[in-house]
Design a protein around this ligand. Structure first.
Ligand code: SAH
Length: 263
């Protein structure tokens, strides 16, 4: 028997055949690919991916859905169902060592979009790209560039690890049950290396958070908590920056320079 969709788990199943096919076409799948699917649900997407790749790890948190998922996917021996919470799963243990990097795919629950991104960035070394459906406005914030009103710490954070692109939007009518908002398919091409050495990573995030926490403050003021006045002045001079600039004018690269320079 089919279990009833659970709101608390963000279960909005993608049923529209055209969109499912459009997503699969956008994934640029190769026969050698190892795919990690987050939130496989009943396996509608999984069944389209499996015949085109070498292996699919289908992660699904809801134990009640798993029998149906297994039934729908039983003709694909290359699918491994993992009944687990993606936010706790140790990917290093699940991905064969020395393998090519994996592709992450998922029509993921909106309410944990950020934690899921944090999770995949944690394992950035194992991943080549991610294709996730997220709330439309969230995708816009992720992909925004400097100078744009939607640009902020979410954009900087994502762009630190990856190059984001919004592929297309997906109407809320394509899902069952129908959510309140439209979605976008977001593609993240992971960088071979994040933009900064590990030791400076935390500083970068501290600076971007401080800068965007008070968007309307000038950089000189908002960064006074993370760096001395003298260091800031020296930086502004070196890079010929107007100290009264607003954070949204700074590109991720500028924040990287800040992280490197500010002691
Ligand atoms: N991919 C399917 C289902 C999308 S709905 C489709 O497109 O139709 C989102 C799915 O994510 C649900 O099946 C839900 O149970 C699952 N899910 C929610 N939280 C999760 C978590 N923390 N870890 C793994 N799966 C999760």
């Amino acid at each position: 028997m089919r279990s009833k969709p659970k709101k608390r788990l963000g279960q909005n199943f993608l049923l529209d055949r055209n969109i499912l096919n459009k997503i699969v076409a956008a994934l640029d799948l190769r026969a050698q690919d190892v795919v990690l699917e987050i939130g496989a649900g009943r396996g509608e997407l999984t069944a389209l991916i499996a015949p085109r790749v070498s292996k699919v790890l289908a992660v699904e948190i809801d134990a009640e859905l798993v029998p149906e998922l297994a039934e729908n996917l039983k003709i694909y021996p290359n699918v491994r169902i993992i009944n687990a919470d993606i936010l706790r799963l140790d990917l290093k243990k699940r991905i064969p060592a020395g393998n090519r990097k994996i592709k992450v795919i998922g029509n993921i629950p909106y309410y944990i979009s950020s934690p899921i991104m944090a999770r995949i960035f944690k394992y950035h070394k194992l991943i080549s790209s991610a294709y996730i459906t997220v709330q439309k406005e969230f995708a816009v914030r992720v992909a925004a560039t400097a100078g744009n009103k939607d640009y902020g710490s979410l954009s900087c954070w994502t762009q630190f690890y990856s190059e984001p692109r919004i592929l297309f939007s997906i109407s809320k009518n394509c899902f069952f049950p129908r959510p309140k908002v439209d979605s976008s398919l977001l593609a993240l091409r992971f960088r071979n290396k994040p933009l900064l050495a590990k030791v400076l990573e935390r500083k970068f995030f501290k600076i971007t958070r401080a800068a965007f926490n008070q968007r309307r403050k000038t950089l000189r003021n908002s960064l006074s908590e993370v760096a001395s006045r003298a260091a800031l002045e020296a930086y502004f001079k070196k890079y010929s920056f107007d100290p009264d600039i607003r954070p949204e004018k700074l590109r991720p690269q500028d924040f990287i320079n800040l992280a490197k320079e500010l002691k």
